[in-house]
Write a new protein. Structure first.
Ligand code: SF4
Ligand code: SF4
Ligand code: FES
Ligand code: FES
Lengths: 907, 200
């Protein structure tokens, strides 16, 4: 703690802060532009000037930049000093010289940091009467809109895009008042984190291009705290709606998970909610018109009432509540996790590793703090994008120690970067092919899955002689293996990253062995295991069977209930068709008309994450709740409510049939399955009140409330009630506002503080700027490893991969845009999704007689398919990468051997 | 467009890519220049090729007078960096031209020492003599007039750098004579005091 004096009063602030951090943490309104809590200080904008005094006798003082001055003990400053105010005001004035006065037509208006700062500076009138410089804007692709005239040259965008996120196609050009931020020429921004520019830029230069298609001011949006459903990272989001349309997704700060940022899949995937494939009314096969909900439920329930045989197929993309309701309806023995056999086995293995330990799961925050990392087999940029962004920060941890030794404070970004230059800490990446994270790796290795596992085993063996050593030659040289083992052993916070994306048990085992060996050596190792979907781990924790078992269990003619799941994606069209044929009634509860739903005899329209509350367990084992944003039109309701209705109509489910609220469901879940005991506490119950009221989803300035529905009725309709959460659907209730009264962190529907309308207002919700939210970051970890931890995996290292003359080993490859089912339905994401492809290295292309960009026929045991040929030089010989989940890609069991030849031969 | 009469919007400054001559043709170093570049690249470690970005750009400029987008891409490729990295540099420095310039580029220093020693009058004289404004090229394509910041020869102010050659202690009359001399004698009129980058 350091005691500092601000305007003659003393305050205690944590050590190592700068004066801007400290002032904001203490709740002062001190304007700034170029500083960002995640990016540090560069002292570029001169907006944060304060007056500093030598001691209590110094009356003159001098202006310093708060962001560049350490809050050392006994520092005396004045924020209110007239000179400092005048200086800040003049900065505000000159920044406006070229800034257009176009707030009314600017998408940023109403949530603009520049607006807020100008008001704070009391810079209201413009004196400049000269010409304004203007730029031509660029088309930066489907995500980010560009309006350069609004730039105030704070350089945050390049600092985020290049320094923080590693993008190389975006830069600052020119100098003086002509400085231009953009690409060298028009084109899609290459970084999958480009959408963060929208929030990082303090003005309206970069705005959300998808929001533009259905624009709404921030103050007109109804918002709720939500969770991204597009991968297992479980990033926290704020989802905003108006007129029944989900308008956009913004970051919701969670210090343990995503911090200040999101990936573009998560920010832009939301458009599936408004998509044309949505189901909004029950459908009964053979009937042209929508069915009445009661009819559909009665018809779906009648075969269930007989008592026996119904199989319920759950889903790793549906909430815990939905899956649990299905389990209650069909019974635990007839509940399926909704995953194919291989995926189910591997995700369950991940669950076991996390439960038994010894290494605890790493949060994204832990990953960013790791000072030595081994990535085994996982292309994290494409399977858990925000984990890649976190790992990118991890390589700064070791060099930062050197900076600290030079007494450079961590927040002094320019000085740190100058001191460190290109120094990077140990990040070792062993994957099948090159990944977008390779540029910051200390070394990379590319090999077939079994060879990756062998590398992992060799590292484990180097750390702990008890671990089995792979026999024969290794795909990486021994010196490198030694270096990796040494770096991991020497680290203070070593991390092992792996996952199920290669569908390889051997890779998972090898990663576990490395973690085990480090643990045995007494190192505080953590492990990050990537699973495929937003609730994969939750579905595995519910403990159902896999799809193969479900197929075997299904008596011909028995009803099959499929929850938010598209089975052909999981087990292939043929097997799914066989399953459907075997079933009697096929009841699908889903929000989207998937191929499975098209086959259904009855479809019940489910709520998406934005239309109903639900709890999801991310890859770290953290349960987090997404809250309903708005009431969907039509007959849409939460999946668990449909399933409860089926229980009531069929007389099944026992006590579960009486469920009325979400709290009933989570309560039952917590009672029935001990692993979920904490699930009730993930967020306050629906009965929670703050100052006697609910928390309002609509901001106080929400406009047109009485006129909003005037096209339908001139009477103001009664607002919908919310039995499931402590949020209200209107502006009545507690308005999100920082201390003294701030909602519990899981229930913050939006960030706003007096004078702070932009995303920067989050500063006032944190214990210290950049630190956890007050009351702790939301979400609860359900899984901690048992002490003392399980023994290391038995068995030997796999034998080396042998390329085959005629066949290729096909392994899955992933695309951030396109591989995930729901986000791929969003037009902006779909625009960037590649065609289904098969990738080979140059030698193999030649061997197979293939041409890059041409078509190939891939023939495996699951049939043949035609795919576009892609050249990936880093693939090992004999290994082919198949882009999974992409439009036009038929399902194929992976990994598997397949013949590959040019498509022409077939014609 | 402006809705405020006093606030006409000036469309002069645009991103350089748009200002470039339409020729966006691919660029290739001549074999000699490529050899010179390779010799320069040898001075840097293989993963630090970007360090050679300035000489690589000068070579482009020596070869074709100015730097096209195609050339920026070629430089990016040669140095294993992105075109954005290259344009970042090109657009920052006044010595790099992104449009065709005259045979002789007259860089008049206008920073303090030169300014107090009459650089302003030198510029006026050259403008009058050539019939152009700073930043422009004369109709014959012989001269381009550019105002630049300190050329590092303040003791000999005012300074005009013509292509790579320093001409020092120039009063307006001497500046006028320099133009005549260049017209009459061509390169022979240049002082022998050369600025050459990364050569020898
Ligand atoms: S574009 Fe935005 S973030 Fe970038 S320098 Fe300009 S104002 Fe700052
Ligand atoms: S897709 Fe994954 S990484 Fe991206 S925002 Fe969503 S949860 Fe986070
Ligand atoms: S915020 Fe301190 S100088 Fe920009
Ligand atoms: S001021 Fe002209 S050369 Fe330095």
């Amino acid at each position: 703690m350091a005691t500092i004096f601000i305007d003659q009063r003393s305050y205690d602030v944590p050590d190592g802060m700068n004066l801007l951090d400290a002032s904001l943490t203490l709740g002062f309104n001190l304007p700034y532009f170029c500083w960002h809590p995640a990016l540090g200080s560069v002292g570029a904008c001169r907006q944060c000037a304060v007056k500093q005094f030598r001691d209590e006798k110094d009356m003159r003082g001098r202006l310093v930049m708060a962001c560049m001055t350490a809050a050392a003990p006994n520092t005396r400053i004045s924020i209110d000093d007239p000179d400092a105010r005048e200086f800040r005001k003049s900065v505000g004035e000159w920044l406006m010289v070229h800034h257009p006065h176009d707030c009314p037509v600017c998408d940023e208006g109403g949530e603009c940091h520049l607006q807020d700062m100008e008001v704070m500076d009391q810079q209201t009138y413009r004196r400049y009467r000269g010409l304004k410089r203007t730029f031509r804007n660029q088309d930066l692709g489907p995500f980010v809109n560009h309006e350069m005239n609004r730039c105030i040259q704070c350089y945050r965008c390049v600092r985020f895009y290049r320094d923080y996120a590693g993008g190389r196609d975006f830069d600052a050009f020119f100098l003086r008042d002509r400085v231009f931020f953009g690409r060298q020429s028009d084109g899609v921004l290459e970084s999958p984190f480009s959408g963060n520019l929208v929030e990082v830029c303090p003005t309206g230069v970069f705005t959300d291009k998808t929001l533009k298609l259905h624009f709404t001011r921030k103050w007109d949006e109804r918002t709720a705290p939500s969770i991204c459903v597009h991968c297992a990272a479980g990033c926290n989001t704020i989802a905003g709606e108006r007129y029944g349309l989900l308008r956009r997704i913004r970051n919701r700060f969670n210090g343990e998970v995503n911090g200040y940022f999101l990936c573009d899949r998560g920010r832009y995937g939301y458009e599936f909610v408004n998509g044309p494939r949505r189901v909004r009314a029950p459908r009964i096969a053979g009937r042209a018109d929508a069915a009445a909900p009661s009819d559909a439920v009665a018809r779906a329930a009648s075969p269930l009432a007989g008592g026996s045989g119904a199989i319920g197929i759950g889903s790793p993309r549906a909430s815990l509540e939905a899956n649990f309701a299905l389990r209650a309806l069909v019974g635990p023995d007839r509940f399926c996790s909704g995953m194919g056999a291989a995926e189910h086995r591997l995700v369950s293995e991940v669950l076991r590793l996390l439960q038994e330990g010894p290494a605890p799961a790493a949060s994204l925050h832990d990953a960013a703090q790791a000072d030595a990392v081994l990535v085994l087999g996982e292309d994290v940029t494409n399977t858990a994008p925000m984990l890649a962004l976190a790992l990118r920060q991890s390589v700064r941890q070791q060099p930062m120690k050197a900076a600290a030794a030079l007494r450079i404070p961590a927040w002094d970004d320019t000085a740190v970067r100058n001191a460190l230059q290109d120094e990077r800490g140990p990040l070792y990446i062993a994957t099948v092919a090159a990944t977008p994270l390779d540029d910051v790796a200390a070394a990379t290795m590319h090999a077939a899955p079994d060879d990756l596992a062998r590398i992992g085993c060799a590292i484990a063996h180097a750390l702990d002689q008890a671990a089995p050593s792979p026999r024969g030659a290794l795909a990486a040289d021994a010196a490198l293996v030694g270096r990796i083992a040494g770096a991991l052993r020497a680290a203070e916070r070593p991390l092992v990253v792996a996952g199920v994306s290669l569908a390889s048990q051997a890779v998972l085992d090898a990663a576990a062995r490395v973690a085990h060996a480090l643990h045995a050596a007494g190192r505080p190792v953590r492990i990050a295991l990537v699973v495929p979907e937003c609730n994969s781990l939750g579905a595995a924790m519910l403990g159902g069977c896999d799809l193969d078992d479900a197929t075997a269990l299904l008596w011909p003619g028995s009803p099959l209930i499929v929850l938010e799941n598209d089975l052909p994606r999981r087990c292939g069209a043929d097997r799914a068709a066989r399953l459907f044929e075997r079933a009697g009634e096929l009841v699908v509860v889903d929000h989207t008309l998937t191929p499975t739903a098209e086959r259904a005899t009855i479809v019940l329209p489910a709520a998406t994450f934005a239309e109903g509350d639900g709890t999801y367990v991310n890859g770290e084992g953290r349960a987090q709740r997404a809250f309903q944003v708005f009431v969907a039109g039509g007959d849409v309701q939460e999946s668990w409510r449909w399933l409860r209705d089926l229980m009531r109509a069929s007389g099944r489910g026992g006590a579960a049939a009486a469920w009325e609220t979400l709290d009933d469901v989570t309560g039952a879940l917590a009672r029935e399955l001990p692993a979920f005991a904490a699930v009730r506490d993930v967020a306050p119950p629906a009965t929670f009140r703050i100052a006697g009221t609910r928390i309002a989803r609509e901001p106080a300035r929400y406009s047109g409330r009485t006129a909003r529905d005037a096209n339908v009725t001139v009477h103001e309709p009664e607002p919908p009630g919310d039995p499931d959460s402590a949020l209200s659907f209107t502006m009545e209730g507690f308005q999100a506002q920082p201390p003294p009264a701030q909602p519990p962190s899981a229930l913050i529907p939006r960030f706003w503080a007096p004078g702070w309308n932009s995303v920067q207002s989050v500063n006032y919700y944190q214990t210290v700027v950049g630190g956890p939210l007050r009351g702790g970051d939301p979400g609860l970890r359900l899984i901690e490893p048992a002490a003392p931890g399980a023994p290391a995996a038995a068995g030997r290292a796999p034998s080396a991969f042998e390329p085959d003359d005629r066949d290729w080993l096909c392994v899955p490859m992933y695309e951030i845009f396109g591989s995930e089912e729901l986000s791929a339905l969003a037009p902006s994401v779909a625009a960037l999704a590649p065609r289904a492809y098969v990738a080979l290295n140059d030698g193999d292309l030649h061997r197979a007689g293939l041409r890059e960009g041409g078509d190939a026929v891939v023939a495996s045991a699951d049939g043949t398919c035609r795919l576009q040929v892609r050249r990936v030089a880093s693939l090992p010989p004999g290994v082919a990468g198949i882009g999974v989940g992409l439009q036009g890609a038929p399902w194929m069991r992976l990994p598997d051997r397949a013949r590959i030849h040019p498509a022409e031969r077939d014609r | 467009m402006s809705f405020h009469a006093k606030m006409a919007y000036d469309a002069t400054f645009q991103k350089s890519a748009r200002e470039l001559a339409p020729d966006d043709a691919p660029f290739a170093y001549t074999p000699e220049n490529r050899a010179r570049l390779d010799a320069i690249l040898e001075r840097y470690p293989a993963d630090r090729k970007r360090s050679a970005v300035l000489p690589a750009l000068y070579l482009v400029q020596y070869q074709q007078g100015y730097i096209t987008p195609g050339a920026m891409r070629a430089v990016a490729e040669a140095l294993a960096i992105t075109p954005a990295d290259v344009e970042d540099v090109v657009s920052y420095y006044t010595m790099f031209h992104t449009r065709p310039v005259g045979k002789y580029v007259l860089n008049v220093c206008r920073t303090l020492s030169c300014a107090v020693n009459g650089a302003g009058r030198v510029v006026e004289e050259l403008c009058a003599k050539l019939g152009i404004r700073p930043g422009e090229t004369d109709p014959t394509g012989t001269f381009t007039l550019v105002e630049v910041e300190c050329l590092g020869a303040c003791d000999r102010a005012p300074v005009v750098m013509v292509n790579d050659a320093w001409h020092e202690c120039l009063d307006p009359a001497a500046a006028g004579r320099l133009v005549d001399d260049l017209r009459a004698r061509g390169e022979a009129a240049l002082s022998g005091c050369l600025h050459k980058v990364e050569e020898q």
